[in-house]
Design a protein around this ligand. Structure first.
Ligand code: FES
Length: 79
C-alpha cells in the first residue's frame, strides 16, 4: 500500500462548530485538513469521519502519519 502524501509537517489548528467532518487521509486534498474527494484517484485511502458534539478547537494531523486520526499525536516531530 502506498504512503499518504505529507500535506505539511505540523498539525492544523482549526476551530470547528458541532457537526460531522471528514478528515483527509491521503494528503492529496486541496481543502486540507478535510476531504475533497481526491483520494478516489489513488484508491488506497478513505477519509476519516469524525463528529463533534460541541464547538471546539482541535489539532488535526497534516502529516497523515498519526496513530490517532484525525488528531495529531506528535508523530510529525519524527519526520
Ligand atoms: S501533524 Fe501528523 S502527527 Fe502531528
Amino acid at each position: 500500500m502506498s504512503e499518504p502524501v505529507i500535506a505539511q509537517k505540523s498539525p492544523y489548528q482549526v476551530k470547528l462548530t458541532a457537526g460531522t467532518y471528514y478528515w483527509c487521509a491521503c494528503g492529496e486534498s486541496k481543502r486540507q485538513p478535510f476531504c475533497d474527494g481526491s483520494h478516489k484517484a489513488k484508491g488506497a485511502f478513505t477519509p476519516v469521519r469524525f463528529d463533534l458534539n460541541e464547538d471546539k478547537v482541535v489539532w488535526l494531523c497534516a502529516c497523515k502519519r498519526t496513530s490517532n486520526s484525525p488528531f495529531c499525536d506528535g508523530t510529525h516531530k519524527k519526520l
